[in-house]
Design a protein around this ligand. Sequence first.
Ligand code: ATP
Ligand code: MG
Length: 168
Amino acid sequence: QWTDLDDLVGTTLERMEGRLEKVHVALDIPPMLPLFQVDFVLMEHVLMNLIDNAVKYSPVGSTITIRGHAEDGWIVIEITDEGIGIPAEHCARIFDKFFRVYSRDRVVAGTGLGLAICKGIVEGHGGTIEAESDGENGSTFRVRLPVRTPTAADLEGVDAPPEHLPAD
Ligand code: ATP
Ligand code: MG
């Protein structure tokens, strides 16, 4: 359905409330971004996985920043943390099923499925997902989702705007 990034991020953070106590969350999402068409629940799942990782691989008291912007025909969402980072050579492989950078140490528990699921959902929406890190000073995960022009079928059942908008 047609989704507002502010709403998507807000709903996701509300649902994750209990898991966010150890970090600060900073939001940088400008108002009036174009709406984009996604399965809301699946995309919430993607953001939850990314934010969950950001928290899991970051120290207590660090900041996680969630940014959004529009880029001709795309909505871009970036989640940046100040955590342990990802060695550059692993930035692509972490999206593979069961791949975990520190699986042997088991410092942090996990199955290594979260990002593979995120990638599947994002690509299923015609989008892309990538990780960027210098291997020590945190990581940024970037999701790009296409904004599609609504068709008549999309708009069926959408309430018409009021005919007379109050003058401002
Ligand atoms: P789970 O299936 O419970 O999510 P997981 O978190 O280990 O387990 P993924 O979410 O798929 O699995 O992440 C894969 C690996 O990528 C992680 O094990 C970790 O090594 C690395 N990783 C993911 N996100 C981050 C991050 N924000 N900072 C540092 N490393 C990360
Ligand atoms: Mg994970």
